[in-house]
Write a protein that binds this ligand. Structure first.
Ligand SMILES: [Fe+2]
Length: 242
């Protein structure tokens, strides 16, 4: 099994973990009123909701050329073949676009999983992605956010992201590749969902989801938006179907 990436750099492996929520009640307390209000309102919006932003595909293609050397393996696991690459856009202080941006990779390095809402520092990739400036400006400060590209065979097995109602952030995902429409498959709760390229979605990633790509280039922007009542209302103001 490979221990280096395509350029021969050592892989930064992810650390496998399973939380024991019931034994960590200090970390996972009963949600407060703001958490409950935000979560209930997000639930009311839906599971897979397009937002009304214009992402310019041809401008993104120009942006992409400027960041092409910054892709790094996303969250490699020993013994698992999974061709995914990422570029960090917002992360820990002083981070670079080519730093590992998977939470389990960070946990392997730091010894703990950093909170999504502490990773609000833009990398130099932020200003290169001018096709997304409107989105970044609207939701800043943003938590950990990154581009991820699934190559042929690249996948995410069934999982959830932050299903405890005290999650500090919620997820928005933009689809940045017009060819992935027929090459990237997404399922939420075992049902296929339809995405339109160059569109940003609120995705209820508390629910079990999985995805896989059959070609090299299924590119998405994954954003962690700080879960505040104001940001929930900001999503509502931008619903494609208000
Ligand atoms: Fe996920």
């Amino acid at each position: 099994m490979r221990k280096v990436d395509k350029e021969g750099r050592p892989l930064e492996f992810a650390k496998e973990s399973r939380r024991e929520y019931h034994l960590e009640t200090e970390k996972y307390p009963i949600p407060n009123a703001e958490h409950l209000a935000c979560e209930l309102q997000l639930t009311a919006l839906g599971v897979w909701e397009p937002l009304n932003f214009n992402i310019d595909q041809s401008l993104y293609r120009v942006n992409e050329l400027e960041i092409k050397d910054w892709w790094r393996p996303f969250q490699p696991k020993e013994g698992v073949v999974n061709d995914r690459e990422s570029i960090m856009v917002y992360g820990p202080k002083d981070s670079d676009p080519w730093d590992p941006c998977g939470l389990a990779q960070m946990a392997a390095k730091l010894g703990y999983k950093p909170d999504e809402d502490t990773m609000t520092y833009p990398t130099i990739a932020r200003d290169k992605l001018t096709a997304l400036t409107e989105v970044f400006d609207y939701f800043e400060p943003l938590g950990r956010s990154f581009l991820v590209r699934l190559n042929a065979g690249g996948h995410y097995p069934p999982h959830r992201d932050h299903c405890h109602l005290n999650r500090p952030t919620f997820r928005l995902i933009a689809f940045l590749d017009e060819f992935s429409i027929d090459n990237l498959r997404w399922e939420v709760e075992d049902r296929p969902v339809r995405f339109i390229p160059n569109t940003l979605y609120y995705v209820d990633t508390r629910k079990t989801h999985r995805l896989w790509s059959s070609y090299a280039g299924s590119t998405m922007l994954v954003m962690n938006v700080l879960k505040t009542w104001e940001n929930v209302l900001k999503v509502m103001s931008k619903l494609k179907y208000p």
